[in-house]
Ligand binder design. Sequence first.
Ligand code: SAM
Length: 244
Amino acid sequence: MESLNEDQSRRYYDQFSKGYDDKRGGNEPGGYHDLLDDLEVETVKRYGAGKDVLEVGCGTGLLLARFRDFAKTTRGIDLSPGMLEKAKARGLDVVEGSATSLPFEDKSFDVACSFKVLAHIPDIAMALSEMVRVVRPGGYVIAEFYNPWSLRYAAKRAAGARSTSGSFKEDAVYTRFDSPLSVRDRTPAGARLVATRGIRIVTPAAFIMNVPVVKTAFRFAEEVLSATPLKQFAGFYVAIWQRD
Ligand SMILES: C[S@@+](CC[C@H](N)C(=O)[O-])C[C@H]1O[C@@H](n2cnc3c(N)ncnc32)[C@H](O)[C@@H]1O
């Protein structure tokens, strides 16, 4: 039976789909969302060049469309028909489904990745184990978590829930935060942690990335710091597991 959480997420993202791309996908060149997306795409490229890549929670396909530049094949799954409609308009191979019950055979992909999605899933262990299941031996699971040890978390706590999706506020959707320490403990059976990366470490607020010159400096800092020990204070913490 479908969970209440999935129903809630679907409604939230169906509504959000109408304006999701407004500030993304180069619509604010060099802005906050471009910074996140560029670092995420670059991470997948390291492991997914020339490979079969699945994105779990592909949304409107902003990242998936860019994976086509380097992957052999790309596929996406998402819960929200509204988000998927936009992904299909980009010509992407996407299917409706849940991260906790992926509609794919075992060992179908070389890389399964997920960005800005797992934070909305209560049964995160099941989602990770599904990603491992659909990846071939030696392949990679690239999973992004929201980090409570971050400026982003502090700013969100201070500001409270913002309106992001029509009549919905951010707190209309389940959101969890997992620290780098707990992420390590979440290593799914049959996989081992091989790398981690941090995204949005020093950028204090999204609007900073619209200020000329300043945004160039923050972008440079984020690129340089993403693989340093400061990554554990990133707003978005990315774990890379390799399947045995
Ligand atoms: C913030 S968007 C991220 C979209 C895309 N990954 C990106 O970076 O632009 C989160 C997406 O996760 C999807 N989602 C949430 N819970 C999900 C679940 N249990 N299974 C599959 N997709 C889910 C939502 O429908 C939404 O499209």
